[in-house]
Design a protein around this ligand. Sequence first.
Ligand code: P53
Length: 488
Amino acid sequence: MKFNENFYWGGAVAANQCEGAWNVDGRGMARTDVTTGGTVNTPRMITFIDKDGNKQKVPNSHSFKLPEGAHFAVFDDELYPNHDGIDFYHHYKEDIALLKEMGFKMFRLSISWSRIYPTGEEDTPNQAGLDFYRNVFTELRNAGIEPLVSIWHFDTPLALEEKYGDWQDRKYIAFYEKYVTTIFNEYKGLVKYWLTFNEINNTINFLPDDASDEQYQEAYQHLHYQFVASARAVQIGHKVDPENKIGCMICGITYYPLTSDPQDILFNRSKWEKGIFYCGDVQCKGKYPTFAKRLWKEHNVQLDITDQDLEDLKNGTVDIYTFSYYMSQAVTTHPNDDTVGGNMSFGVRNPYLTYSDWGWALDPQGLRYYLEMIYDRYEKPLMVVENGLGAYDTVEEDGSIHDNYRIEYYREHIKEMAKAIENGVDLIAYTTWGCIDLVSAGTGEMRKRYGFIYVDKHDDGTGTMKRMKKDSFYWYKKVIASQGEDLD
Ligand code: P53
């Protein structure tokens, strides 16, 4: 048996992509509420009113900056898919019953910060928001499912972003600290596993190749404030309840050099350093890696870092390393126009791999490589907290959904996890992404589906929200029941 009986099999979602109920029970707004739908080839757009009162739309990106004097706005003639999501807010009981039927041991979900502190600056939390998550966590516990809670999943209260920029102000550390103190105390005994920042490394990873020094300055500063906020959260979490296990969350991409040219090997190494190790080292080792100074120097970055910050980083290292894994990425220093990833750029085409309909490299072995590489570096328990295949699903006349491509995807990834475990990796959880269909983060689409459970919701906003079991639902149930032995 490769996966022991305590292994956490499960699935994952994020508040802003599934809950809907965006303006219900006192919730404040987040960036996703002013972000439209897109497609594989067209970006999602952020909507706002500029200083002269004109309506504006610009492509969403990690380095988006609200222009001086502008304010975010929702336009009547635009569709915002996250507003309704899949209405998990009103369907959570039904959804959790389905997860229980599959035999889930763990369910990863996030708390929407602006449900708890609508503008981020209130002194007292919003009771209705606290109640909602208490009900959800209780429902999970009653179903025998361990909650794994992401404290931040790209959803800073919009009011804070408008006032202080996107993590460009030291004040954020205190706002976040107030929020985490509230939820650690509130859910003590109900929640034990936490993640501080979802895919924290995206801020640096998704900068365009030609990013300016100013963009680098902002990205590294943004990250530094989040590192300190994360480290303080770890300390607070441990103090409130020593049982708490708190993890970092890294967007895990396995980088490969396209050629054996030493230039490419070195370029590939720099991708790992900047994209993967920079954040992981700070959060796991409690200090910046040796190459950090060189990275900053490259772009004339001058960071606001205090001695107290460095002390906090040291005292706030995470208990577990968690990450998402969807793809590997081939990189090269040679001219090459054969890029992949559609709307989001994910390197050049790797001739040994096939790609999803959204241009993401299908590479189960890359997961094993990543697991072994990271365990070797940190020797902390690992969790794969996102992995999955975004695909078009067809509902047959009788309501069945034959998603054998998804089963195949999971089968191969689970086999590679088993090999990593055999190689000594301490892997303790696997929560597949979008175990129930939800709004895509990258494209805002519903038709990019990940679930074992289908949701009747469409890109034009129509749909009954009815839940239906796909073939993969029955398959995953068997996998869990057999502790990963029965993959047929
Ligand atoms: P979607 C890009 C690359 C890898 C992971 O992504 C990413 C992204 C951002 O789109 O995000 C994570 O929905 C993220 C989830 C997201 C999931 O991957 O674009 O943590 O919120 O839904 C899948 O297909």
